[in-house]
Design a protein around this ligand. Structure first.
Ligand code: DI6
Ligand code: FE
Length: 399
């Protein structure tokens, strides 16, 4: 049994019971066998810990290691060309309807082998890790055949083994209707999405089932069919909902006890209340809002009033959010969505853990959680959301 004490000038525990960041000045974290045994002031270390080894983080801030709970990190190619088209006046939806958009990344992703997908995604993962991320969710959804969806999920799992990060996978075959099924979304669901889910689940590749509920993608009725199947297999669900219009996707997700509903720019009061009732986390994605120059911000006040936990994530993807920085995501959440720096930090720690079904394991610095910590060269946690293009990470401590 190894006992270790980690000390720092300030610890932001993000514990829900403590107001604010759960700050402890001259703080210490007792770690036993990879887990947090106690947290408190160094001068209050429990008896029995007098001889523990001490790792002193000095005059720094310690937070929970960061969590990116919504990414499409695995894909082929990029969409810089489309970015140029948008600058010449085309909209995201127009490009999607003209056969660009998600479907063009599908062609580029199908063309790559599993090895090549891993190689393409690794620099993006490394960018997240360099800013203190230790848990990253990765979705499929650019394969859209059973084989290519499985290939993406296997690549995602391999990324987790190549770096010291926990990767959680989401099956997102209901991301777009591929060209070969144009106008036949229901057949695509029956012939690809549902059998692909069974195959991916059988290989242990699915931690959650996701979908894109939107006019350019799948209807709530179609998503419900997929969620029924997920429920039958005992897999939790989440949903891209209310990003470009309000189809009631969040309420649908909530009716299936979804872990999260994501985007939510067009969410209404009733949707927020449904999410609160089911404990569904709102995952806000300021990178996509910024990059698509959306005008309608998500209803943050309605979410607060209803008591919906708010997470934020990069949505790292080639089309709507080519963003691989959680620190910039925090800054954007504050500047664009008016989240407080404290809400932004909770959004990439405590609430992001909950959006992945990992709230019992990670996301706060509390007894019983795993010791996964980020050490920052800053004096106060508000500095993390405040700076732009500046990485104050000193190190990550795991276990
Ligand atoms: N919503 C998004 O913002 C991304 N996927 C989704 O369902 C966009 C993905 C892409 O454009 O490639
Ligand atoms: Fe997304």
């Amino acid at each position: 049994m190894t006992l270790k004490i980690i000390t720092a000038a300030t610890i932001a525990t993000m514990a829900p019971a403590t107001p604010g960041y759960g700050l402890i000045v001259n703080g210490a974290i007792g770690v036993e066998d990879q887990s947090i045994a106690w947290v408190g002031r160094i001068d209050a270390a429990p008896a029995g810990w007098r001889d523990a080894a001490i790792e002193d983080c000095g005059n720094r801030l310690v937070t929970p290691a960061l969590i990116d709970c919504h990414t499409h990190l695995v894909f082929g190619g990029n969409r810089a060309k489309e970015f140029e088209m948008r600058l010449e006046g085309a909209t995201y939806e127009e490009i999607a309807r003209a056969g660009g958009g998600i479907v063009s990344t599908v062609a580029a992703t199908r063309a790559l082998s599993e090895d090549e997908l891993v190689e393409a995604a690794l620099p993006r993962l490394d960018a997240l890790v360099a800013e203190g991320a230790h848990t990253v969710e990765i979705k499929s959804g650019y394969g859209l055949t059973i084989g290519d969806e499985l290939k993406m999920l296997r690549a995602a799992r391999r990324l987790g083994a190549m770096r010291k990060v926990r990767v959680r996978t989401s099956y997102l075959a209901a991301h777009a209707v591929p060209a070969e099924y144009k106008g036949r979304a229901d057949a695509y669901i029956d012939e690809i999405v549902l059998p692909g889910l069974k195959a991916a689940h059988g290989e242990g590749l699915v931690d959650a089932v996701d979908g894109f509920c939107e006019g350019i993608a799948f209807s709530p009725e179609q998503m419900a069919r997929i969620f029924e199947r997920a429920r039958g297999l005992g897999i939790p669900v989440k949903l891209h909902a209310e990003q470009l219009s309000n189809l009631g996707g969040a309420a649908l997700a909530a009716s299936f006890g979804a872990l999260s509903a994501d985007h939510l720019e067009y969410l209404d009061e009733a949707g927020a209340e449904a999410m609160a009732k089911s404990g569904t986390v709102a995952v806000l994605l300021p990178g996509a809002f910024y990059f698509l120059r959306e005008k309608q911000a998500p209803p943050v006040d309605a979410l607060r009033r209803a008591g919906v936990p708010i997470a934020i994530a990069t949505d790292c993807n080639p089309g709507s959010s080519p963003l691989a920085s959680l620190l910039l995501t925090m800054n954007m959440a504050s500047t664009l969505f008016r989240l407080t720096p404290e809400e932004a930090l909770a959004g990439v720690t405590r609430n992001a853990a909950r959006a992945l079904g990992l709230a019992d394991e990670i996301g706060t610095i509390e007894a019983g959680k795993r010791a996964e910590l980020a050490v920052w060269d800053v004096g106060h946690p508000a500095e993390l959301a405040y700076r732009i293009g500046f990485n104050a990470l000193e190190r990550v401590i795991v276990g």
